[in-house]
Write a protein of this length. Structure first.
Length: 364
């Protein structure tokens, strides 16, 4: 099996087009054409993790955080990034990062946090726009169901908790086949009019190539008429953060104690407790201060995230229990998420989890 096969499954799950503009998800070192000897999943591809991969016979490290975010002018062994890159290149260890594209998946990083908390009725806290498109096509009446079913099978027609969604309108199409054409109906050189249906479906932009292939395969015409329309609609399953509900409301102190227990932290930074009950919980693994206002707008009782600055705690304004549990701590279960996903896709292959804690922060 090649490294490309692993990457292909990861990018079907969390396409790189979902990452934020500042990010650098994807293959950072190595060659996708290499045979894969094993996969090591981690949060940070540090020099120690690269050495662990070498010792455990893995030539692919799948990390959540990219070791490189921007361009570099030199690879310096005096810097931790340079040492990791030098070691990965010297020993032919590929590094692949799956970062904000996995953050932006409802079942991704935030989903792993929500699983531990047992949150119900989950939704994306700040859904992304520009992720959905609409396909309009025109189909002879006798073939409209076959074409629609092919598009549904290719992933079109999902809206929230519904699938096979479409709009159909009867009409009449006209065309004239020119020399060299092989028309499904009509004659060369003569305008033909055919009862047709306009068929409209929504689809994730990442599925466009496979959707068009399905359309061309199922449609009876040799020249298929269609239009692709970009939409400003938000995608219900893609975006930043997550909000859901605890099975039952908890007093603030009990909620904070549960957070410490679940995430294994010795201390939490949080706003003052005022005796509120915590039921509706928003969260964002990693740095999530940009979602405080979204949490307030959606009536969250608590917002769980990391990397909050001093003045950002004031934004809770006694309307929200704002909790900072640490960057590494909030994302630690991403390692289990990556390993479980790849192990399901490749059940007979070596998919390992790092045994190292790469958190650079210590507490007393």
């Amino acid at each position: 099996m090649r490294i490309h096969d692993i990457i292909q499954e990861l990018e079907r799950w969390a396409p790189r087009s979902w990452q934020e503009s500042y990010d650098n998800a994807g293959l950072i070192t190595g060659d996708a054409a290499w045979d894969c000897t094993g996969v090591l999943c981690c949060l940070d591809a540090t020099e120690a993790v690269i050495e662990e991969a070498i010792q455990r016979g893995c030539n692919l490290v799948v990390a959540h955080h990219p070791i490189l975010f921007g361009g570099i002018k030199r690879i310096d062994p005096r810097h931790y990034v340079g040492r990791a890159l030098i070691r990965s290149i010297r020993y032919d260890v590929a590094i692949y990062a799956i970062h904000t594209n996995l953050d932006n998946l409802l079942e991704g990083v935030n989903g792993a946090m929500a699983d531990r908390l047992g949150l119900l009725n989950r939704s994306v806290l700040m859904p992304k726009s520009q992720q959905l498109k609409k396909l309009n096509t025109y189909v002879p009446a006798a073939h409209v169901d076959a074409v629609a079913n092919a598009l549904f099978a290719a992933g079109a027609g999902h809206i929230g908790r519904y699938d096979q969604c479409s709009f159909r309108q009867a009409g009449e199409g006209s065309f004239r086949a020119l020399e060299g054409a092989s028309p499904h109906v009509g004659k060369l050189g003569v305008q033909h009019r055919e009862p047709e249906w306009k068929l409209e479906v929504l689809y994730p932009a990442t599925l466009e190539s496979s959707l068009l292939a399905a359309l061309r395969s199922a449609h009876p015409y040799e020249e298929v008429a269609y239009a692709l329309v970009a939409l400003s609609n938000t995608h219900p399953s893609i975006g930043s953060g997550l909000i859901g509900e605890l099975p039952e409301a908890l007093p603030e102190e009990e909620f904070l104690g549960r957070i410490k227990s679940i995430f294994g932290v010795v201390s939490l930074r949080h706003t003052a407790t005022i005796g509120r009950a915590i039921r509706r919980v928003a969260l964002c693994g990693g740095a999530g201060s940009f979602l405080i206002s979204n949490s307030l707008d959606q009536s969250a009782d608590a917002f769980l995230t990391a990397d909050l600055k001093y003045h950002e705690f004031f934004e809770a304004d006694n309307r929200l229990l704002l909790v900072d549990l640490g960057h590494y701590e909030s994302e630690q279960y991403t390692i289990d998420l990556l390993q479980a996903f790849l192990a399901e896709k490749f059940p007979t292959f070596a998919i390992l989890k790092t045994g190292l804690i790469t958190n650079p922060v210590r507490y007393r």
